[in-house]
Design a protein around this ligand. Structure first.
Ligand code: FAD
Length: 415
């Protein structure tokens, strides 16, 4: 076996084997392997969350399932990627309410880490889950929304077994139009932050922090049946509409990006920033993200702004976006709406890890790091920021008493 790595190449898995079952029998044989086990998705995490010294089980080769179970629900296989699922749902006249910036990630992997897109009124991708079927060496178990442990079993870091199937909320398909507005002034943006993030269904602010006075771009994705753009607010921000398609990194070629310039199209081809047929993002990169309660967002952005001289040399782009509150125990928007401060870094891990403690110390002490991205926050401090932490630890103890799905990442967290 050659060296198997994550998508970014910054994590070389220490697994003794990576298996890709194609049938239920092959999956059962994989689950019967002695020693540590770990689910593997599409490998888009930058942290060591998916690593193990035992056997990695990748569901990507299992048959893709998309089965409508109710007018507003579908059952899907855990290994299916959002790009494939989105196209199939749209073909059937259906849609999800939200997507992340790229459609290449697997549903189970994204849900397990609390992956999110942007939108004041829309939750993380995990909030669409209404049931999850988890498989382990001792069989499988389905937890449904409303069951006592359900809220702990969705964003569950791969700690409870393999999500072989999930049931997701769907709605009738819809169109989205995307526009880009360049050069919003930070002072005006922060003064009217709540109005800015309400400019569309899904809003992102991109900045390379080379300019402390102006962000680079405001991306607004609006449902075609939504309200017209608030031009007066855009004028107060001092933006100019982009007249060519843009990449989140201002100036980078935009052919991998979803259609902009206000051209309406299906939700699954507009909500992600990147197109499924192209290699996403900048390629050589690392990512970090901290989600702060909305009430702390302006303070958090000001803290990043003060550090911008140190951040800019390592940064490819910073994205600020919003996530609605949910009740999922390990969700970074648990209990309160959140604002994500995301950083796409140049791929220099020692330099990034040297800078992160300064960012983590400057951010409000409510900031929760994204599970799938690079952070250096002390585990004791991290646990303090999740009110349901002890409930999750107890759930891991009940569902995986032998610790078969434990890995070094979970041990460091005390799980
Ligand atoms: C270019 C790029 C853009 C990104 N954009 C966003 C974004 O817009 N928003 C955001 O929030 N994040 C974003 N991310 C981060 C990414 O969405 C998360 O890291 C996500 O977890 C990746 O899913 P995956 O399928 O690759 O999972 P992996 O990285 O393979 O695994 C992640 C975790 O999920 C677990 N897991 C995987 N499959 C299963 C399963 N079947 N059952 C149980 N557990 C499982 C693994 O054990 C591991 O703990 C981005 C990453 C990249 C590389």
């Amino acid at each position: 076996m050659g060296i198997e790595t994550n998508w970014a190449g910054n994590v070389s898995y220490r697994a003794a084997a990576v298996v890709r079952p194609r049938t239920r029998d092959e999956l059962d044989r994989a689950l019967a392997t002695p020693g540590p086990l770990r689910p593997l998705g599409s490998r888009h995490s930058f942290s060591t969350i998916a690593d193990t010294t035992g056997t990695l089980i990748d569901l990507g080769a299992m048959p893709a399932v998309v089965e409508q179970t109710a007018p507003d629900a579908v059952r899907v296989s855990g290994g299916i990627r959002y790009g494939e699922l989105g196209a199939e749902l749209h073909r059937r006249g259906l849609a999800l309410s939200n997507l992340a910036s790229l459609p290449h990630i697997s549903v189970a992997g994204a849900v397990s880490t609390g992956t999110h897109g942007s939108g004041d009124a829309i939750g993380s991708l995990a909030t669409a889950v209404r049931a999850v079927t988890l498989a382990g060496p001792d069989g499988e178990r389905t937890l449904r929304r409303g069951d006592p442990d359900f809220a702990g079993a969705v964003v569950s870091l791969g700690a409870l077994g393999l999500m072989v199937e999930l049931e997701l909320d769907v709605e009738p398909t819809y169109d989205v139009a995307q526009t880009v507005h360049e050069g919003p002034a930070w002072d005006a943006l922060l003064a009217e932050f709540d109005r800015v993030t309400a400019l569309g269904t899904s809003v992102s602010v991109f900045s390379r922090w080379t300019d402390r006075d102006r962000a680079d771009q405001l991306w607004i994705k609006n449902r075609a049946d939504g309200a017209a753009l608030d031009e007066a607010l855009l004028a107060r921000l001092g933006t100019t509409p982009a007249t060519v398609a843009r990449h989140p990194i201002l100036g980078a070629p935009a052919e991998a990006c979803t259609r902009q310039l206000g051209e309406a199209g299906p939700w699954h081809e507009r909500l992600p920033h990147f197109r499924f047929a192209f290699t996403p993002s900048a390629g050589e990169e690392l990512q970090s993200e901290y989600l702060v309660p909305r009430r702390d967002a302006v303070r958090a952005i000001e803290a990043v702004r003060r550090l911008s001289d140190r951040i800019a040399p390592l940064l490819l782009v910073n994205e600020i976006r919003t996530v609605a509150a949910d009740d999922l125990w390990l969700s970074s928007s648990y209990g309160e709406p959140a604002v994500g401060l995301h950083f796409t870094w140049r791929r220099d891990q020692p330099a990034v890890e040297a800078l992160l403690p300064a960012i983590e110390a400057a951010l409000p002490d409510t900031a929760r790091p994204h599970w799938g991205k690079v952070s250096t926050l002390d585990p004791a401090e991290l646990r303090r920021r999740y009110p349901r932490w002890d409930d999750f630890a107890a759930l891991v103890g009940r569902m995986d008493p032998a610790g078969r799905f434990r890995n070094a990442y979970l041990e460091r967290l005390g799980l």
